[in-house]
Design a protein around this ligand. Structure first.
Ligand SMILES: NC(=O)c1ccc[n+]([C@@H]2O[C@H](COP(=O)([O-])OP(=O)(O)OC[C@H]3O[C@@H](n4cnc5c(N)ncnc54)[C@H](OP(=O)(O)O)[C@@H]3O)[C@@H](O)[C@H]2O)c1
Length: 275
């Protein structure tokens, strides 16, 4: 393997040391015998354009984007795909002849995680309750709509943020009160937590799943801990559950495919390594 032909990839963010992306992508590069390195690049918001020009000069093939650059990177992109446009954020960039093409693979990651873990579930004409209206919620909402869900109840502590997200798909999303979402539990086919509640060091999500439709499943995009209190309660009540780690892994899978034209393998060994 010559350095001249090594492909270079990275995840950019600030801070960035915590990122699991190098672990995932380097394993896939090695497994697929692609001569390449995937690292981290810490970029202060003030230096974004300068640092992107440096990555271009150094011959990078592409990079992932995380906080705080997911929205600002759009201004430097020459093209942005429809999903990223709708979500309003880019998490994957292809570099080609100095030009940036932006994608968002978070919506794919969110849905693919459910598809891979609950193969029998069909999204068409189903209804969902989504909790939270932050950055991750935008990807979950877009993924659900693209997958065919016909009704989404959206609740967020700060209702204005939910009302803002309703504009993404005003015909499908209905904003409901954070302090009174329980009444939709008997009606929905899936319950999605996209808030940071339940994460290690944060408060738990206060919810009683007693009235949740028996056939409904529950997914939490928080994956530290893997079994959040919400998922534990859902499992104890007999509901199918989907943990959040797969969203991280499948968004990476789609990025890898965009860059390398190969769908890399997701297996338990990889999941264990990431956890
Ligand atoms: N599995 C994955 O691959 C993946 C990907 C992305 C994110 N995540 C996880 O998803 C979570 C959210 O990420 P994000 O980027 O969307 O964060 P964000 O943009 O900061 O949004 C945070 C959300 O949590 C809500 N929230 C926070 N504290 C709350 C509280 N005390 N009571 C009620 N609601 C509260 C916020 O409500 P307000 O609007 O009212 O503040 C907002 O809806 C994080 O835990 C993150 O690690 C996982």
């Amino acid at each position: 393997m010559s350095n001249d032909i090594d492909k270079k990839f990275a995840v950019i963010g600030h801070p960035i040391n915590h990122s699991k992306s190098p672990l995932i992508h380097q394993k896939w590069l090695d497994d697929n015998q692609i001569a390449g390195k995937y690292g981290t690049v810490d970029i202060h918001p003030d230096d974004l354009e300068k640092e992107i020009n440096r990555l271009i000069d150094e011959g990078y093939s592409g990079f992932n984007v995380t906080l705080p650059h997911k929205e600002t990177i759009k201004e430097l992109c020459h093209a942005i795909d429809d999903t990223a446009q709708k979500i309003g954020a880019v998490n994957t960039v292809v570099l080609n002849n100095g030009k940036l093409s932006g994608y968002n693979t978070d919506a794919f990651g969110f849905i693919e995680n459910i598809k891979q873990n609950l193969e029998a579930f069909k999204f068409d004409d189903k209804s969902a309750l989504v909790l939270g209206a932050g950055g991750a919620a935008r990807a979950a909402l877009q993924g659900l709509v693209e997958a065919g869900v016909s009704k989404i109840y959206l609740a967020n502590r700060t209702i204005e943020k939910a009302q803002n997200l309703k504009k993404m798909h005003a015909d499908i999303i209905e904003v409901i009160e954070w302090d009174g979402f329980d009444y939709v539990l008997p009606k929905v086919d899936l319950l999605v937590n996209t808030t940071s509640l339940g994460m290690n060091g944060k408060n738990d999500l206060k919810i009683n799943l007693r009235d949740l439709k028996k056939s409904a499943f529950v997914t939490d995009i928080v994956y530290t801990p893997l079994m959040t209190p919400l998922l534990t309660q859902a499992k104890d009540n007999g509901h199918d559950i989907v943990t959040g780690i797969g969203m991280l892994i499948y968004q990476a899978q789609k990025s890898f495919e965009i860059w390398n034209g190969i769908i890399p393998t997701v297996n338990q060994e990889l999941v264990d390594r990431v956890l």
